[in-house]
Write a new protein. Structure first.
Ligand code: GCW
Length: 686
């Protein structure tokens, strides 16, 4: 009896799922089988490729893998051909990406067929909004991995290890660029001390095929150069940038270029000198051209005086089409306002036919529950990439308008605002890692589906390590049925759930204050500019709710190509999900469902809360398949998400209910918070 008991205890301990803190991301260690890697060349990148194969090979034992260079024209840029014998590519980075793809397929059980894989975008970049003092704008996972406040120029072994791990994770999903600092840029970044640190980082990222970029402040020539102006047409200013750029390339010969936020949210820019965005961008583009660098110029612009902020970027940039140098690329956020839970695509996509344009997505969940809510963002990006702009006829999706397949582009690129910090699991929430992963995968292949990405990521990130080999018969099938399927479904539904409990039916920007987390449809202090407050966007009163952007309202619909213009303009054809984005409607408006608008709103909020409760349930049921550390963390975050979703529902329904003057339908759960209490607590926190 005693023997049996001891045996049982041993078995349980052995089979207990090893605790994981998430630091290894989707690159968890494998019990690799022996493999022979054959490669005629050597380089730091190829050495990494070789090591990855040796450490991660789970194919046939003692197989040989050939890494070979080719001139095959079917392979573009850093693309590669995957085959039974190995990988062929044109560049070192191509070989490395091929190796990661091969290993991913082995590790997720996908077939390895003869196939050419080319990247959708040539530049696949993470924008870090990291400040030189180590803080991160809209960062929810600790301080910066690149910069720090105390002893800012010392480079420790710990720093190097972290940068190398970061580079490896990026490369494994095809990311090949990193903007190391915030677009609200400090001029300090261009000072000698900081540039020395940039060089140290670039040296570590380089073998992984990652180029380094910097955000620059337009007024740097004045602030750190001692000039009296930053006017882009001033020869002294041009010269200052030329010299600065020369210095940078001396340190970092493969430096990627600059990212610029100008004349936006108080940042300086060419308009301060009566010049245009094109004047500003072109001056920098000319200075960086001899070194092969690019200028990514952001189209995120709007003024407090605008009647409709959603129209501003299009209004300012389309007249400049054709005026930008060919090494300028305009960086456009997915929606016309600002990374909201749901926006229609920005009408700038496809509208600038003579200018290179790149999409900007936000990986950090500024407006989607930050590192508390489980929200898988691939469905949101997929929705944007697949939106048909009609700009070049039917099928002119945002993806086609930006990846060079519709208009010739000298450069193609895509950027994601990173969600990475010093937290041991990098992203704060274990599931937020999936957004980093998904951004890279979509940047590499903009035709991938969210389902495929979630599937891969879950297999790589959650399959119990000690089951990876010699698994008891049936374990994998059991894991797929009881863990993979429900959790993948939860991920795929999570974005729509957030839209439901935060701002359904096209509502947007209902956040309290500047932290962009909790509800605040009432929030409108006198001293805050109106377009930073929710009432500017929802326009609720006893007459109804929604922003009238039809041709009798702000006419933002006219920025879209037909047939979208008419489709969005008409109540008969405007999709429900954009209804209150484009229309101001009475509370009694009859929806397609037969409900009134007010009732429909109530049902959406209710549905959002119900979905998160269901996610809690799904997660609790998968406990036997997850290590304790990650299980408990996700469980407690779901609990917070659930109570926050409830708060959103209670706040929005009671606040809007004052205007609709209608009761919450009887079959909907009653609020559990009092509106006055919510507003009081919210005000007291400020
Ligand atoms: O979404 C807003 C953020 C700002 C950010 C800005 C931008 C970096 O609230 O924090 O500033 O967008 O994209 O420039």
């Amino acid at each position: 009896m005693k023997k049996i008991l001891t045996c049982l205890i041993i078995c349980c301990t052995v089979l207990r799922i090893r605790a994981e803190n998430g630091h290894e991301l989707w690159l968890r260690p494998r019990t690799a089988l022996p493999v022979r890697v054959i490669c005629e060349r050597s380089s730091p990148a190829l050495a990494i490729a070789r090591r990855e194969l040796e450490d991660g090979w789970v194919g046939k034992a003692d197989a040989s893998v050939v890494l070979a260079f080719t001139k095959d024209r079917a392979i573009k840029g850093d693309g590669f051909r995957l085959g039974q014998r190995g990988i062929e590519a044109k560049t070192d980075a191509g070989i490395l990406y091929g190796v990661y793809e091969l290993l991913r397929r082995q590790q997720t059980g996908l077939p390895i067929s003869e196939e050419v894989c080319n990247p959708s975008y040539e530049r696949r970049i993470l924008d870090h909004w990291d400040n030189p003092d180590g803080s991160i704008e809209r960062g929810y996972a600790g301080g910066s991995i690149f910069w720090r406040k105390s002893n800012p120029f010392a480079i420790t072994d710990g720093d190097k290890v972290l940068w190398q791990q970061y580079a490896r994770a990026d490369a494994s999903v095809g990311i090949n660029g990193a903007v190391l600092n915030n677009v609200n840029a400090s001029p300090l970044i261009l000072s000698t001390d900081y540039l020395a640190r940039v060089k140290a980082i670039a040296d570590i990222l380089r073998p992984y095929g990652i180029r380094t970029y910097l955000s620059v402040r337009f007024s740097s020539p004045v602030q750190i150069g001692g000039l009296t102006t930053a006017d882009p047409l001033d020869p002294g200013v041009e010269n200052w940038w030329k010299e600065k750029i020369k210095d940078i390339y001396q340190l970092i010969p493969d430096f990627g270029g600059f990212l610029v936020k100008a004349n936006s949210e108080g940042q300086p820019g060419p308009q301060d000198y009566g010049r245009s965005h094109a004047d500003g961008a072109n001056m920098m583009a000319d200075a960086i051209r001899p070194f092969g660098g690019i200028i990514m110029w952001r189209a995120f612009v709007y003024k407090a005086s605008d009647k409709d902020r959603a129209k501003q970027a299009y209004a300012e940039f389309t007249p400049l089409d054709g005026q930008f140098r060919d090494n300028v690329i305009i960086q456009v956020k997915n929606g016309p306002v600002d990374f909201q839970p749901r926006e229609p695509f920005s009408p700038l996509f496809g509208a600038m036919k003579k200018t290179d344009v790149m999409p900007e997505f936000q990986v950090t969940q500024e407006y989607l529950g930050q590192a508390v809510h489980l929200v898988f963002l691939a469905p949101m990006w997929e929705e944007c990439l697949k939106s048909d702009t009609w700009q070049g006829g039917p099928g002119s999706t945002v993806a086609h308008c930006t990846d060079g397949s519709l208009y010739p582009q000298r450069y193609t690129a895509i950027a994601g605002v990173a969600n990475i910090g010093l937290d041991s699991n990098w992203c704060g929430h274990p599931f937020a890692q999936a957004n980093w992963y998904a951004f890279g995968r979509l940047a590499w292949n903009n035709r991938l589906t969210s389902g495929q990405i979630a599937d891969e990521w879950l297999r790589l990130t959650f399959y119990p390590i000690q089951r990876q080999r010699k698994e008891p018969a049936g374990y994998q099938a059991d894991w797929e049925t009881h863990f993979l399927q429900p959790v993948r479904e939860m991920m795929l539904r999570s974005r729509e759930a957030a839209v439901n409990y935060m701002m359904p039916l096209g509502l947007h920007h209902l956040f309290s204050a500047n932290e962009h987390y909790g509800p605040g449809p009432w929030w409108a202090p006198q001293k805050v500019r109106p377009d930073w407050t929710p009432p500017y966007y929802h326009k609720a009163d006893t007459g109804g709710i929604g922003f009238d952007r039809t041709n009798t309202g702000s006419d933002a619909v006219s920025q879209y190509h037909e047939p979208l213009r008419s489709q969005f303009n008409s109540l008969f054809t405007c999709p429900d999900m954009y209804l209150l984005w484009f229309h101001h409607l009475p509370w009694s408006y009859r929806m397609r469902s037969g409900r009134t608008l007010w009732q429909e709103l109530c049902y959406h909020y209710e549905e959002g809360v119900r979905q998160v409760r269901e996610f809690q349930n799904i997660w609790d049921k998968v406990r036997p398949y997850v290590d304790d550390e990650r299980f408990v963390l996700v469980q407690s975050k779901l609990r917070s998400q659930s109570s926050n979703a409830q708060l959103w529902k209670d706040a929005c329904l009671q606040y809007f209910g004052q205007f609709s003057r209608q009761p919450i339908p009887p079959d909907i759960e009653r609020p559990v918070h009092d509106l006055d209490d919510i507003i009081r607590d919210d005000t007291m926190r400020r």
